[in-house]
Structures are given as C-alpha cells and as structure tokens.
Design a protein around this ligand. Sequence first.
Ligand SMILES: Cc1ncc(COP(=O)(O)O)c(C=O)c1O
Length: 472
Amino acid sequence: MTDHNHSTGVQHYIDQGQAMLAGLAAHRAAMRGKKFDTIAVHGLYGMQAALGNQGSIIEPVYMSTAQHFENSDHMEAALSYQMPGWIYSRVANPTVGFLEETLALLEGYGFGGEVTACATASGMAAVFMATNPFLERDGSGPINFVASAKCYGGTFMLFSERYARERGIELRWVKNPLDFDEWAGQIDANTRFVFGEMPSNPGLGMFDIAALAELAHGHGLPLIIDSTVATPALMRPLLHGADIVVQSVSKAMTTSGFAIAGAVIARANIPSRVGPDALRQNFALYVKLLPFRDHGPGISPFSAMMILNDLRTLRSKVNLMSTSAMRVAQFLADQPQIEQVFYPGLPGTPEYAIAQKYMWLVDAEEEFGAPVNRFSHLLGFTVAGGPAAARKFFDQLQMIWRATDLGRVKTVATIPAISTHQQQGEEGRDLANVAGNLVRLSVGAEHPADIIGDLEQALAAVGERTVMAAAR
Ligand SMILES: Cc1ncc(COP(=O)(O)O)c(C=O)c1O
C-alpha cells in the first residue's frame, strides 16, 4: 500500500467521524428542545443508539478498558482525535459519555450556547481540572487567583496547600463573598481565575454571580462556580454569565450515595489570560482530551451508570428535599437551644435577597402555577453552649446519620470543625466562618415530621441549663 492509499484510509475514518459528530449534534439539538425532566430521563441515549446495543432501553455499562479498532487507519484516526472514539477508559468511555452529555444538557438548560462536560472521578478532581489549566507559568512573573473563603474544606486545602504553599501561587481569599468590593479589590493584572462556591458548604454563603461574571470578564478572566449544593435543578450559573461550573456529582446528583464523581462543565469561548486557543474555545473538551488524559482522574463506567439512574429524577427529589429543608430550618430557627440558622430561605439571613434572585426550581410553573424559589437541601446551625453542646446534640441523634456526607436521600448531619473542615485549622475555619458549634444538616427525603422529631429529641438532651449558661 502506498502512503497515498494509507492517508485515504485514515481519511475514510475521519469522514466517518464527521458523520458521527453531525448525528450527535442533531440529537443534542433535538434534546435541547425538551423539558428538564425529559432530558434528565433520556440524556443523549436514544433509539438509534439502543438499536446498536441489542435494543437495550437503558444505557449499557461498558466495563471494557479498551476499544478494538477495525485496522491501523481507524486506530490512527481515533488516537489522533480526528474522529470520535473512546480508545481507552481513562481517556473516554461510552457510558461515561452518556453521563457527560446528560450533565451538559442539564447544566445548559435554558442557555443559548453550546455547553460541554468532562466527568471526573470525584468533585475534588473536578475542582482541580477546572482550575489547574489556568495556573500555567508563562515566565511573566508572579501569578495569583481569587477565591471565596466560604468553600468546602477540600477545596480550601487544594487552594491553600497544593497551589499556594507547594507551588508558590498567591491565593487571595475573599472573606465575605456578598461584598462585591472585596472581590474587585483582589483582582489585578496577575490574576488567573475567579472562583466561588454558591451556595457554599456548609455556611450557604452566596454572591451575585452576574455582577461577578461582569467583573471577571472586564479583566479577561474566567469565572468558575462550584454549584454542587444547588444542582442544575435550582441554579444554572452559565445562564448568569459564569464560564465554568464545577459539580461534586457525588452529592444531590447521586442521592442514592452509590458513587463518587465530579464534573467540569463549560460554555464555549471563555476568556483566559493563558493557554492555547483550544482552551478558550471549548474548555471542557480541551480538559478532557489533554490535561484530564495526562492527570488520569477518570471515572468508573459503573459509577456513571449509577449516576445516570439517579439523575433521571433530580428535579423532583431536589424539590422534595428543599421543601423539607425549609420546614426544618423554620423549626430550628424557633428553638431556644439554637443560636443561629444558616439557610438562605429564611428572611433575615444576609443571603436572603441574593438567594431569591438565583435559586429557582426549574420548570416549576406548570406544577405550581408560578415560578417558585427553592433553597436546597443543605443548612447549618450553631448550638448554644459551644462545641461541647453541639457534640452532645449530635451524639443524641437516633435516625439522622452522623457522617461526612450530603445530598443523600437519607438525612445526614456532621460537625464541620471536626470533619469536613478539620484539616484547615482554627485560622482557616475563622476565615471560612466555620464555628466549632456549627452543625451541618443535609435534609433527605424522609417525612419532615420525623426529621424534626429526631432533632427535637436531640435538642432536648442539650437541655435548658446549657442554654441558660450560654445566655449569661
Ligand atoms: C461544594 C463541594 N465541592 C466539592 C466537593 C468535593 O467533592 P467530592 O467529595 O466528590 O470529591 C464537595 C464535597 O463535599 C463539596 O461539598
């Protein structure tokens, strides 16, 4: 065979790849016209894909590590990324691909432009993959990034230990994310990205996404939002100007608790002061094809299937859990043993106004006759009497699980200062406003009366005497 024939052979597969991509684009466009629940149920797995999979109406789980190729031309076209293929499961996988398409469609629901997702082995891997590409050293001097200190403890550690201490990158915390001027004062010519968690875990901290996006874009910077607590059922930051969304898919997106996973989801044509054009044009695809392949935080196809199954009912579960969380928050706000409740749905909470602006149950109009606010399944509260009283209350819980988890169909509580936010130390917790007597509660799908009943009996154990002592 001559070289000419060889390239013709590769070209055959490139052409085949173009036809595959056109088919996918048409299917994606058709699904974008459907409602949120329909997208959550079907994603991009339709009849044509099923006919290639023994007619299976449920997405097949491809546990195989690698893809077999018809011949060397096919292999060359796929491995040089000139045609779609899944190659090797660390790089891509068909079941993971179905998950990525669903996540992109859900996060992009109601958004006009193209949205792409890269699924990762955990939420932390997603935070890493969404931020690390912007921290490239280009020899132009010191670099920094700006982030809200009200964030998950793992993110706090990635930023402060791995990026700042180990790599000497300047980390500029924003202590009060509601204060726009604090964000504005931290950005300069050496900043690489702006990052915020909204609402934050565990304090339900918030900020004005649209204003922050405008600020970041004015400096040519991407705005990255960790939207894990809200999920796309309540808030889709891309609609408000954010460039990249990070999800710990392990949480309310997988209420069953059967998988650890994350996702980087981005719109097309994001701003960046560094990196190749491909990074700006399609960030999530760039990450998937290059840094993700090289760092290796691939997700198991079995996990992807567990998540797909949970995602199908995301909206109704988030609605139920958020409605119950509101009832629980109202109950807690009235208890003498509680100092403060952190829940943006409660009037009087500093985040109340911003939560009203951003947190809406998707497609609620048909069910409720009008749009409705929902404020998520997560809340925090401080127990009067300090850390000892908080532990006493916590140890008394009879049904609510004591675990470092959230977003479950089962109600779960933790004390962040001794668990999720323990590693960052006292100073780091002060910065993030995580007090020693703060309890985090993730409200599940049990009947709210039983959740409240368990809280009530545990609060009784804290006792009036502790409360009176604390009040003195
Ligand atoms: C807001 C937020 N982001 C990221 C993460 C990290 O996710 P994962 O545990 O899936 O690595 C968590 C975990 O608790 C989280 O709550």
